[in-house]
Design a protein around this ligand. Structure first.
Ligand code: ZN
Length: 288
């Protein structure tokens, strides 16, 4: 895919609408799943609205089912509703038939609430990789226009080292390669290339962990090359009351480190850069 122009003015902001008990290191461990999503979603939407940003909300299906008012709110504020798995299970434990059924169920639910066709997907826990690239075919078959699930470096849990770092049409035979016949567009998570390394800068844990300047430079660098940066957040990272479970030290660190910094850093980013949804960006660039 060619660069979008000399200077990209708009980046893409995503909120993965999941509750505190959905992240992979917590999933299945919470005994009392007391919902926080209504409060944490409101905080997320308020912050985005305060800065007149546009955003894509990747929603877990079971949340959409229980809280149609969240979808109404998103659409009322001219943001985008997209899909984040029905129960926030990684693609590693699904197969093509299960994903297809999840998409059909979610799309019909979304259409009944918003009247719109869902066109975008984010795999829970960035679980789109060489083992699960069959999902690209399912998404395309179901009329999806884009995916944003490839994390273009290896981490202990996920990642596709060697994958492109800018939007591309991925091959399901080798997800690191471009496929000229593929319509589906992949928007990889944001990285900052430095000294031959790829530093993750996509939001979430990395926004909490890294100095603000790294994320800032990663966005600027992507824009200098004519592409949008894709930045992601989770409502439970903006909620002062997110319950904390006892986890192994490394999992505890990834899940809860520096949660209090999320709001401040996010506010700085959305005040410095312009953000929109995937749907708007794709339509504005004639790619739909
Ligand atoms: Zn998620």
């Amino acid at each position: 895919m060619k660069a979008a122009g000399i200077q990209v003015l708009e980046n893409i902001l995503c909120a993965d609408i999941e509750d505190w008990y959905h992240p992979e290191y917590v999933r299945g461990k919470a005994k009392d799943k007391v919902e926080h999503i209504s409060v944490s979603f409101s905080k997320t939407l308020d912050l985005i609205e305060e800065f007149n940003a546009g955003a894509t909300f990747f929603i877990v299906g079971e949340i959409a089912e229980r809280h149609p008012e969240i979808l109404d709110d998103i659409i009322d504020h001219q943001h985008e509703v997209a899909f984040h798995g029905y129960h926030h299970e990684p693609l590693w434990i699904l197969d093509a038939d299960v994903l297809r059924k999840e998409i059909e169920k979610y799309d019909s639910l979304v259409r009944s609430i918003t009247g719109e066709k869902c066109i975008g997907f984010r795999a829970p826990s960035y679980s789109m990789d060489s083992r699960t690239s069959w999902a690209l075919d399912v998404l395309e078959e179901q009329g999806y226009v884009y995916d944003s699930s490839v994390f273009p470096l290896k981490t202990p849990l996920y990642g596709v080292p060697g994958a492109p770092v800018t939007p591309y049409h991925p091959s399901s035979n080798d997800i690191t390669q471009r496929d000229g016949c593929r319509r589906l567009i992949e928007f990889p998570a944001l990285i900052y290339p430095i000294l031959g390394l790829r530093v993750p800068a996509s939001g979430g844990f990395y926004l909490r962990l890294l100095p603000f300047q790294v994320i800032d430079r990663a966005i600027r660098k992507m824009n200098e090359h004519g592409f949008p940066a894709v930045l992601s957040i989770h409502p439970w990272e903006l909620d002062d009351c997110t319950p904390r479970l006892t986890l192994a030290p490394s999992k505890l660190f990834v899940t809860y480190f520096n949660l209090k910094a999320t709001k401040r850093k996010l506010r700085s980013l959305v005040s410095r850069f312009r953000f929109t949804s995937f749907r708007n960006w794709i339509e504005d660039h004639g790619l739909a």
